[in-house]
Write a protein that binds this ligand. Structure first.
Ligand code: PEP
Ligand code: CO
Length: 450
């Protein structure tokens, strides 16, 4: 039987339009925007309510220390890079990391891509100036194009429609790869053996050998269950463009509850988490599991107010706080935040984003991050939670499956000069394939020491 939505709930989904919405593009043509959102509203959902509910349960477990989240992918996906090879490499990297983390944590790892929808970016300025020419800033492929020309930079709402279709194609590949034999744990482990063959990673040999023995033991014992062959893989992105998110919201016919069907998990960025703002209001009204990024200036009062608004009923897994403090600050600012939030008693899942507090410009001018510093923030995250007796629930990282050179450091050291070799990101620097795996080995060691 279909349960119809409550008319007040339906009306509430547009309340954000009366509030301040930061970081929205200035769409030049309101009629074109209406055409695009009508097209999206008439399109099939990308994900289903039951899948989002399942993820919420899993994230609730991560909040209790019964699972660990690995969320990773591009800072900004692009249409040009939504190719089979690039998508496969990214999935592969996340699956490879997940095996290592599963072993390190002795816990199920929830695999989530910053994928199939990560097409809109907050920017520090509305405009970009180059040689005296001022144009709108690049806000992600769902809004405009990156080339510095007036035509490219003009926000075009049809790009949201293209973002939807590209997300659908990406999700289709994700679903195919993770349901078929591709994601088989034994096969993923073989890929990790390829990584270990590189002498640069000799320090991880002992751990890799243990994982190898564990997998061979399972094979010898005849273990051959679905959990080895297939994986659940969830999609996520920053819910930034509210016109897009609203247009993809659907009502679950079982309950009448609204779900933002653009992704399983949506998060609110550090720049748009105003308590009385449009983003917090809109996401308070959809049923998906959601996240909020919390930077170093976040007060406990703010975090508690976000909990009240976004998870008033205290549903486990509904709300994840993704802290991004910076390696230099995390040990100072995270303890009191966690302590006060935990004292409030409303369950939350704590996840570490070690990327966004650690970005700097290299002497060469490239925007980069340092691998050692990124890892140090993760270490600080575990230290803080361990000292407080609270639960470090997961990791949120910007990565790609390709051999780009955007983040400095790592055992195969990328230095300032090396950055220029293959610097491809349009926004933030990403860990490359090898750096991602190296991070997984280091984090697995931290997880074992807990
Ligand atoms: C991001 O995740 O790419 C981002 C912009 O993060 P934050 O909101 O934490 O700055
Ligand atoms: Co980013």
């Amino acid at each position: 039987m279909t349960v119809l939505p409550d008319p007040d709930v339906v009306a509430g989904l547009d309340h954000w339009r009366t509030l301040h919405a930061g970081q929205q593009p200035t769409w030049p043509d309101p009629d074109a925007l209406a055409v695009a959102t009508a097209e999206l509203a008439a399109s099939p959902p990308l994900v289903f309510a039951g899948e989002a509910d399942r993820l919420r349960d899993l994230l609730g477990r991560a909040g209790r220390g019964e699972a660990f989240l690995l969320q990773g992918g591009d800072c900004a996906e692009t249409f040009a890079e939504a190719t089979a090879d690039r998508i496969r490499n990214k999935i592969k990297t996340i699956l490879q990391m997940a095996i290592v983390l599963t072993y390190g944590a002795s816990l199920p790892v929830i695999k989530m891509g910053r994928m199939a929808g990560q097409y809109a970016k907050p920017r520090s300025s509305d405009d970009e100036a180059r040689d005296g020419v001022v144009l709108p800033a690049y806000r992600g492929d769902a809004v405009n194009a990156h080339d510095f020309t007036p035509e490219s930079r003009r926000p075009d709402p049809q790009r949201m429609v293209r973002a939807y279709h590209t997300s659908a194609a990406t999700l289709n590949l994700i679903r195919a790869f993770t349901a078929g034999g591709f994601a088989d744990m034994r096969r993923v482990h073989e890929w990790n053996r390829g990584f270990m063959a590189n002498p640069a990673y000799a320090r991880y040999e002992a751990l890799a050998a243990e994982i190898d023995r564990a997998i061979r033991f399972m094979a010898a014992a005849g273990a051959d269950f679905d959990g080895l062959r297939t994986v659940e893989f969830f999609s996520s992105h920053e819910a930034l463009l509210l016109d897009y998110e609203r247009a993809l919201t659907r009502f679950d016919s079982r309950t009448g509850h609204p779900y933002d069907c653009s992704a399983h998990f949506l998060w609110i960025g550090e720049r748009t988490r105003e308590i009385d703002g449009a983003h917090v209001d809109f996401l308070s009204r959809v049923t998906n599991p959601i996240g909020v990024k919390l930077g170093p200036s976040t007060s406990a009062e703010t975090a508690l107010a976000l909990q009240d608004k976004l998870n008033p009923d205290g549903v486990p897994g509904r709300l994840t706080f993704i802290t991004r403090m910076g390696a230099g600050r995390i040990r100072d600012v995270l303890p009191s935040l966690v302590e006060k939030v935990e004292a409030g008693g409303n369950p939350v899942t704590w996840v570490c984003d070690p990327m966004h507090g650690n970005t700097f410009a290299a002497p060469s001018g490239y925007k980069t991050r340092d691998f050692g510093v990124v890892l140090d923030e993760v270490k600080g995250f575990f230290e803080v939670h361990s000292a407080l007796g609270t639960v470090p629930g997961g990791l949120h990282v910007e990565l790609t499956g390709d051999d780009v050179t955007e983040v400095m450091g790592g055992s195969e050291e990328i230095d300032d000069i090396g950055l220029s070799r293959r610097y491809e990101t349009l926004v933030d620097p990403r860990l490359n394939h090898q750096q991602s795996l190296e991070m997984a080995f280091q984090v697995a060691e931290m997880l074992r020491e807990r």
